[in-house]
Design a protein around this ligand. Structure first.
Ligand code: OAA
Ligand code: MG
Length: 496
């Protein structure tokens, strides 16, 4: 840590950490676990975003497996080249929508690498069973195509049948090589592929889309916890999203599902409490024909509204959630409006990395006179307002996916069911203690993440056994203990 702290530029720390991961894996994980709050922003959001943007020029050696269009017809063979034979989790991207940074092509590899290092550090999944994969079908990022250091195929993205065939070959090769219970986490695919891939493979493979389902589970957990601070039930709230992509519609659906389960109202009804704004304005019935299919369930009866501020005024949400990937869109007017009709407005600026956040913590607190319950996707420092220190929460997927994955693996779960996501949310929310509520916090600190992950894993596994999706029998009696006993822990002997 002493050496690492000599570097003042976050990207240099990132590079030093990547070198360490290569040179001494145990020390890498020991450091990451013992200094998680300090190092998470380095190996993960926001620095990993910058690393992906500059991946070509900071490249030293490949950290994962690249599968390109050129390997079509030989993907199984390529998988067999990876030195580890026993793989349990794959995180795969095609780099088309890296965080809120857009198409970074092959340089998106930083994301699967970073996510899997959190599987190990936060969720205790052994490093040797993790495989980062980037599928290279080209990039439409002109700047990268012209960059002499770009590491991927220099062509525009393959689409349509060519793309679908490559993905199909990949998914079947993965199952053939690693078996039925290999967990495949889709990460940072563009909307137009993400929903389709999830729908296509969720019935035949153990797949999980972190941007749709992981984000949803984390945000739902925060909202369940927030009820303790603001009162009422989820059903009493009205939700407005800016951004109707993977995160927005994924969160919206899980909220509607949870309310439906709690109130016995049909989901078609509970969806009406959730409103989405996309780049063309409020998603309303009159736009239905022209909407992409994943937005259609959210087209409600309302006159057209173009601007976010007007939608906020018209809908009067209690919860405002930003998932647009576009920074600085929660303006002073928007936050002030939220604060004018809510005693404690819940404001979640989820877009990553920090540069894409819909507003800063300071803006949310200042413009709401210190009353907002604010969380962001990427971390923000505490803010002093009116003599008080206000601590923003980080509503980041990293709370859920490592524990969620551990729960699936340790129970031998064969398919991901939405109820498992709800189980993960409830387990995370249950980790927020009175002490945190009193400070207005709706997420526990990352310093407790290993314990949190064990609890999430246990609750997910319990639900999986209950639903008959878990193949590892007999079911352990104490699932929290079992989760802890499964977790990889880098230990050093003390000679003192
Ligand atoms: O990586 C993160 O911090 C969360 C995430 O999945 C994304 O923004 O795509
Ligand atoms: Mg992502």
């Amino acid at each position: 840590m002493h050496n690492l702290r000599q570097f003042t530029v976050p990207l240099q720390r990132y590079m030093a950490m990547m070198d360490l991961q290569e040179r001494n894996e145990r020390l890498f994980y020991k450091l990451l676990i013992d200094n998680v709050e300090e190092l998470l922003p380095i190996v993960y959001t926001p620095t990993v975003g910058e690393a992906c943007q500059k991946y070509g020029s900071i490249f030293r050696r490949p950290q994962g497996l690249y599968i390109s269009l050129k390997e079509k017809g030989r993907i199984l063979e390529v998988l067999k080249n990876w030195p580890e034979k026993n793989i349990q989790v794959i995180v795969v991207t095609d780099g088309e929508r890296i965080l809120g940074l857009g198409d970074l092509g092959c340089q998106g590899m930083g994301i699967p690498v970073g996510k899997l290092s959190l599987y190990t550090a936060l969720g205790g999944v052994r490093p040797s069973v993790c495989l980062p994969i980037t599928i290279d079908v080209g990039t439409n990022n002109k700047k990268l195509l012209d960059d002499e250091f770009y590491i991927g195929l220099r062509q525009n993205r393959a689409t349509g049948e060519e793309y679908a065939e490559l993905l199909e070959e990949f998914m079947s090769a993965v199952k053939q090589n690693y078996g039925e219970k290999i967990l495949v986490q889709f990460e940072d695919f563009a909307n137009h592929n993400a929903f389709e891939l999830l729908a296509k493979y969720r019935t035949t493979h153990l797949v999980f889309n972190d941007d749709i389902q992981g984000t949803a589970s984390v945000v739902l957990a925060g909202l369940i916890a927030a009820l303790k601070v603001v009162g009422g039930t989820l059903a009493d709230h009205t939700f407005l999203f800016l951004g109707a992509g993977e995160a927005g519609t994924g969160i919206a659906e899980l909220i509607a599902l949870e309310i439906s389960k709690k109130t016995d109202a049909p989901i078609e009804e509970t969806r009406k409490q959730v409103w989405l704004v996309d780049s063309k304005g409020l998603v309303v019935t009159s736009r239905k024909e022209s909407l992409q299919h994943f937005k259609q369930p959210w087209a409600h009866e309302h006159e057209p509204v173009k601007e976010l501020i007007d939608a906020v005024q018209a809908i009067k949400p209690t919860v405002l959630i930003g998932t647009s990937g576009v920074g600085r869109t929660f303006t002073k007017e928007v936050i002030e409006a939220m604060a004018s009709f809510n005693e404690k407005p819940i404001i979640l600026a989820l877009s990553n990395p920090t540069s894409q956040s819909e507003c800063t913590a300071e803006e949310a607190y200042t413009w709401s006179e210190g009353r907002a319950i604010f969380c962001s996707g990427s971390p923000f420092e505490s803010v002093e307002y009116d003599g008080k220190i206000l601590v923003p929460g980080q509503a980041n997927n990293a709370y859920i996916f490592p524990g969620f994955g551990l729960g699936l693996i340790m129970s031998g779960t064969v398919r991901v069911h939405d109820d498992l996501l709800l189980a993960a949310s409830e387990a995370l929310a249950a980790q927020v203690t009175e002490e945190y509520y009193a400070k207005g916090l709706i997420y526990p600190p990352f310093s407790n993440i290993r314990k949190i992950s064990a609890n999430i894993a246990a609750n997910v596994a319990a639900k999986s056994y209950e639903l008959g999706l878990a193949s590892r029998l007999p079911r352990p009696k104490d699932l929290v203990k079992h989760a802890e006993s499964c977790m990889y822990t880098p230990v050093y002997r003390s000679y003192r």
